[in-house]
Ligand binder design. Sequence first.
Ligand SMILES: Nc1nc2c(c(=O)[nH]1)N[C@H]1C(S)=C(S)[C@@H](COP(=O)(O)OP(=O)(O)OC[C@H]3O[C@@H](n4cnc5c(N)ncnc54)[C@H](O)[C@@H]3O)O[C@H]1N2
Ligand code: MOO
Length: 402
Amino acid sequence: MISYQEALRILLENTQPLGTERVFLKDAVGRVLASSVVSPEDRPSFDNSAMDGYAVISEDTEGASEDSPVLLKLVGEVPAGVWPSCKVEKKTAVKIFTGAPLPEGADAVVPVEYTQEKDGYVVVKKRVPAGANVRRKGEEFRRGEILLEEGTTLRHYEIALLASINVVQVEVYRRPRVGILSTGDELVDLGEEITSPSQIRTSNNYGLLAGVILAGGEPHLLGIVGDEPVKLGKLMKSIEEYDVFITTGGVSVGERDLVKVLVEEYGVDVKFHKVRIKPAKPVLFGLKGKTLFFGLPGNPVSTMIAFDLLVKPALLKLQGVRNHVPQIQKATLVRDFSRKDSERLEFVRARVWWEGDTFLCDYSPKTQSHMLTSYVGMNAYMIVPEGVNTLREGDRVDVILL
Ligand SMILES: Nc1nc2c(c(=O)[nH]1)N[C@H]1C(S)=C(S)[C@@H](COP(=O)(O)OP(=O)(O)OC[C@H]3O[C@@H](n4cnc5c(N)ncnc54)[C@H](O)[C@@H]3O)O[C@H]1N2
Ligand code: MOO
């Protein structure tokens, strides 16, 4: 059985970014840039005021204070959006508003709070050095400068920046199309009637749907199949219509475990089956043509963990995200943890929080792989290394934020 690191390596080696497309900026939220964006202009594009106040020649304010103010003649006014028609000359000032272009001759702005207007003059009660409260042309960035690198995920900050340089459409990686299929004779879909006490409600396909959306993919629910070879065969033949195909259940060692048989019958080239992780040990990964095929274990927590640790990094890499591997942080454990079996790297649902300047970690009392409530109120996985049975209060532990 291979380690998680080895599984991740094999998976990412077989995962390459998808093609690209152009989308309108308003549809690009959460998408990943497929080419770097270069600025077509300087920002600011002209010298302008950072404050409401008076544009002045800084030297004219020399020595100005509350007790000995200086008097400057008011020669005009520039609101934002208007190009100044007046000039600032020695011993004069121009009334100016935030964002308005700095008139010729001025090199500083006195905020309105330190002034008083009187009979066509401004009383200046504070000295301002050259450049004070002025936003210089090109001080933020220059025309021709790379503003956003290829591989950047577009959050609201990047969308605002792109709008500010008039990017109407943007080149992004295609979203992965993800087929999601639940297998199991015992499963009953949402809203359908349970007709026998041995049946259970499906949750994996809906959990995966949500996970795929949050990871930037486009989920396609393919429903549930039990022991229905014709339906299953038809679905398995459609694998290559998707960039990623996920099944849940039937991947373990039981005689009735379908997926293992199916991958052979339908020509999935299996790259690994079983990883030394807990839960989700029986996870299977392979390729059918260019499609990434994941057989996730049926236990609901195992499905979620296999998704977070393997499927999600692949989805991110398919979209061109640079940092696609789960990021590990350190936290201080607040309570002893112990387990009997130490063969596998274990991912325990946990909660992390700051207390003063210490990042603390506690874990869910529910550690088993059929208990979805083990996620309730939790925001991290606490990682228990292979070969370790006990973690002590005060130990620094590895955590992955959910
Ligand atoms: N003899 C052994 N038995 C098992 C082993 C093993 O090594 N030897 N591994 C165990 C581990 S670990 C896991 S995880 C499970 C995974 O098994 P399968 O992937 O074959 O999953 P199923 O048997 O089909 O189902 C397991 C469990 O999950 C429930 N399930 C399935 N699909 C859904 C769904 N869509 N929504 C909600 N719950 C679902 C199913 O009813 C079962 O309770 O195998 C262990 N066995
Ligand atoms: O790996 Mo199973 O996922 O332990 O429950």
